[in-house]
Write a protein that binds this ligand. Structure first.
Ligand SMILES: [Zn+2]
Length: 274
C-alpha cells in the first residue's frame, strides 16, 4: 500500500499538469472504496477549469482547480494516477479519466480500494475521510507535546499508535517500523509508558524516515510506481523493514520480525528499548 512518501512522489511527478485545462471527465460508473462512486455530476462541473495546484494531506492527493472545488484522490491499495497521451489505449481497471487536451490524467485501480471525490477548497478537512486525519508530518509539522499528551491516554502499542491516522497522517507499516528503530523504541512498548523526550525523538524520526524515503522516490516493495511509471528504490535503504535475520546497522544484533495487530513488524532486540 502506498504510504506518504509514495503519494508525495506521485504528487511531484504529476506537476506537469498544473495549468492544463480540464477538457473532459469520464468515470467507469463502478464503486471504489466502500462502494463509493466518483461523483460524476460534480466532476463534470469541473470541465473548463484549469488545474491550479497539487497538494497532499497524509495519503490524500488534492488537485486544486481554478473553480472553487478540488478533486480528492486516494490510491487505496493498488491505485495509480498517471499522465498519458490521450491516444494511448486505456488500461484495464481505469475508473476515472480527466481529459487535458492532448493528455489525460487517468486513475487506474484494480482492487478498487481507492477514492475519487470533490471537495470545496478550504473545507477539505470537513470531508469525512480528511476530517479524521491528524497533522501531515511534512507539510503541517507535528507538535511533539500534543502527540505526547495523546500517547499518555493510549494503552496500545507504540506501533499501533504511530499507525493511527488520527495521530499523524500518512505513516503506514513500513515507515512505522523504520521510525521506531531510528528512535530506538520497541514497537510493542505501550504508548502510555513513553516520556515526552521519547515521543519528541519519535516525531523527529518519523520526519526523517519520510524525507529519506522521498529522496529515493518511495519504496517499491510490490508494484508501486510513480506517475511516470518509474518504481522507487527506497527498499534498498530501509534499516529494519523486511530485514529479519540481518545485522542491525547500529549494533549488529540480528533484526527480529514479530506480528503486531496482524501486521509484520521489524525491530532490533538490542538497541530498541522495550
Ligand atoms: Zn541494534
Amino acid at each position: 500500500m502506498p504510504e506518504l512518501p509514495e503519494v508525495e512522489t506521485v504528487r511531484r511527478t504529476l506537476e506537469p499538469v498544473i495549468g492544463a485545462t480540464i477538457t473532459s471527465v469520464w468515470d467507469s460508473g463502478l464503486g471504489l472504496h466502500m462502494n463509493r462512486k466518483p461523483p460524476r455530476r460534480k466532476l463534470r462541473a469541473l470541465v473548463g477549469a484549469k488545474i491550479a495546484a497539487l497538494r497532499r494531506i497524509g495519503k490524500y492527493l488534492i488537485v486544486d482547480t481554478t473553480a472553487p472545488q478540488s478533486i480528492v484522490a486516494h490510491l487505496g491499495m493498488s491505485g495509480r494516477l498517471r499522465i498519458h497521451d490521450a491516444r494511448d489505449p486505456r488500461a484495464p481497471h481505469t475508473h476515472a479519466v480527466f481529459g487535458l487536451g492532448a493528455r489525460e490524467l487517468r486513475f487506474v485501480d484494480p482492487r478498487r480500494f481507492g477514492q475519487i471525490d470533490v471537495v470545496t477548497r478550504g473545507a477539505e478537512r470537513v470531508h469525512p475521510s480528511l476530517a479524521i486525519l491528524g497533522p501531515d508530518p511534512l507539510t503541517e509539522g507535528i507538535d511533539a507535546a500534543a502527540v505526547s499528551r495523546l500517547a499518555r491516554r493510549r494503552k496500545s502499542s507504540l506501533k499501533a499508535f504511530v499507525l493511527d491516522q488520527g495521530v499523524i497522517a500518512g505513516v503506514g507499516n513500513i515507515y512505522a517500523s523504520e521510525a521506531l528503530w531510528r528512535a530506538k523504541l520497541r514497537p510493542s512498548k505501550r504508548a502510555n509508558r513513553t516520556t515526552v523526550a521519547q515521543i519528541s525523538s519519535l516525531v523527529a524520526s518519523i520526519r526523517e524516515v519520510l524525507e529519506r524515503a522521498l529522496v529515493h522516490n518511495g519504496t517499491s516493495l510490490r508494484d508501486f510506481v510513480d506517475a511516470d511509471g518509474e518504481s522507487g528504490d527506497n527498499a534498498e535503504y530501509l534499516w529494519v523493514y523486511g530485514r529479519r535475520g540481518e545485522p542491525c546497522c547500529r549494533c549488529k544484533a540480528k533484526i527480529k520480525r514479530s506480528v503486531l495487530q496482524g501486521r509484520a513488524t521489524y525491530y532490533c532486540p538490542t538497541c530498541q528499548t522495550p
